[in-house]
Design a protein around this ligand. Structure first.
Ligand code: FES
Ligand code: FES
Length: 179
């Protein structure tokens, strides 16, 4: 029985056909086979969020996702974020402006997760802290600090930059709402 499979991954807009051991995670495919080291391996079992990428537009822990199960998927890593004329995505700039990191190990995952959070709230997905008398289902959920803390709770920062991470996301979420 073969232990490898042909897998097609569309990463940051570029198609890649890979022959991978069936046990290869999306994280290892990105880091070890495509040399994209933005997504980080923190815990390797779904506990820290350092490996977060966008998988078909939704945030996912790439360490928990088998590449063979996602053949044909569109994957965006921190390297593939759309950038402005200054070379940075607005969230990257906000993390700089707000001092939202120290060692930076968790930061690519934080930024990819924050992108997912902003899209989920804009799409009306409630969180555990969304007020029962809040927006109707499907209406955008305002990203308060409490909403951001709850929705980002899967992304651990050993340097405890949490207050500044929340401020950075508030900046971009607020700009997205008013623009
Ligand atoms: S490395 Fe994936 S959640 Fe920690
Ligand atoms: S900035 Fe060091 S782990 Fe978050």
């Amino acid at each position: 029985m073969p232990h490898t499979s042909e897998v097609m991954l569309h990463v940051n807009g570029t198609p890649h056909r890979l022959t991978l051991d069936n046990r290869t995670t999306v994280l290892d495919a990105l880091r070890e086979h495509l040399r994209l080291t933005g997504p980080k391996k923190g815990c390797d079992h779904g506990q820290c969020g350092a490996c977060t990428v966008l998988l078909n537009g939704r945030r996912a822990n790439s360490c928990l996702s088998l590449a063979v199960a996602h053949s044909g998927a569109r994957i965006t890593t921190v390297e593939g974020l759309p950038r402005g004329t200054d070379g940075l995505h607005p969230l990257q700039q906000a993390f700089l402006d707000r001092d939202g990191f120290q060692c930076g190990y968790c930061t690519p995952g934080q930024i990819c997760s924050a992108l997912g959070v902003i899209a989920e709230a804009a799409g009306g997905h409630p969180s555990h802290v969304t007020a029962a008398d809040g927006p109707s289902p499907g209406e955008p959920v305002p990203l308060t600090a409490d909403e951001i803390r709850e929705r980002m709770s899967g992304n651990i920062c050993r340097c405890a930059a949490y207050p500044h991470i929340v401020e950075a996301i508030e900046d971009v979420a607020g700009a997205a709402v008013t623009s």
